[in-house]
Design a protein around this ligand. Structure first.
Ligand SMILES: Nc1ncnc2c1ncn2[C@@H]1O[C@H](COP(=O)(O)OP(=O)(O)OP(=O)(O)O)[C@@H](O)[C@H]1O
Ligand SMILES: [Mg+2]
Length: 227
């Protein structure tokens, strides 16, 4: 469970200060699914970076299961991240010289899992996203939707508690978009994930059970009982 208190992020460049996040209070329960939308530059990606321990707030607390990520040492933060948090980005972020299987395996290296087991777990994760026949393909040999499936397998192969997705369907056409959303939804249920997703897609936002809007670093949350 996440408990965010007064999370503030300021970026200073010269005399210019950007208030990317301006006092965010937010609770996200285990197994919840939260969709985040809002105008460009509003602070969505910045919030995901705080949730994922990729960056630290200027002020405030980002408490995950009783631990304030803002106060952890870099080494402990890296450990929390590699064990508990999976990321999926708009631009896939696969390593171009590695096969699908090798890309997925990279998530298991920091966990000290042996090569043979890594290969097996990676193959299993790729099967679960429908890519069992593509293990030895390079990213350049796959469609955008397939590359995003590899990225999803990489995020989930370590069985994290939390999945953070920043516009995961932003680079995909409509058909692929629906496919990827179906995969994410199925895995969220199967793995009991806490799933937090940024999207510009109003169709997805409309169906979200819990929808956060971030504007100018401030958040509003709406529960959608009908969704
Ligand atoms: N590293 C940085 N240095 C300085 N300013 C930054 C940095 N990262 C983000 N910002 C600023 O913080 C604000 C919030 O950025 P953020 O990337 O979180 O927006 P966003 O809601 O994800 O937008 P988009 O929908 O375009 O992805 C913006 O004004 C941005 O310019
Ligand atoms: Mg963004």
């Amino acid at each position: 469970m996440y408990e965010l208190k007064n999370v503030t992020k300021r970026y200073t460049r010269g005399n210019d200060t950007v208030h990317a996040l301006d006092g965010i209070d937010l609770t996200i329960g285990d197994g919840d699914r939260l969709v985040i939308q809002g105008p460009t530059g509003g602070g969505k990606s910045t919030l995901l970076q705080m949730l994922g321990g990729l960056d630290r707030p200027t002020d405030g607390e980002v408490v995950l299961d009783g631990t304030d990520l803002a106060k952890l040492s870099e080494a402990r933060l890296t450990k929390v991240r590699s064990e508990n948090i999976g990321f999926v980005f708009q631009s896939f972020n696969l390593i171009p010289t590695l096969t699908a299987q090798e890309n997925v395996e990279t998530a298991l290296v920091p966990l000290g899992i042996k090569a043979k087991e890594r290969r097996e777990l990676a193959a299993e994760a790729l099967k679960s996203v429908g890519l069992g026949e593509r293990l030895s393909h390079l990213p350049s040999e796959m469609s955008g939707g397939q590359q995003q499936r590899v990225a999803i397998a990489r995020a989930l192969v370590k069985r994290p508690k939390v999945l953070l997705a920043d516009e995961p369907t932003g680079n995909l056409d409509e058909g692929m978009r629906d496919e990827i959303m179906d995969v994410l939804e199925r895995l969220w249920k199967e793995h009991g994930l806490t799933f937090i997703m940024v999207t510009h897609d109003s169709a997805i936002a409309k169906k979200a059970p819990r929808l956060a809007t971030i504007r100018k670093g401030r958040i509003t949350v709406r529960e959608n009982a009908g969704a």
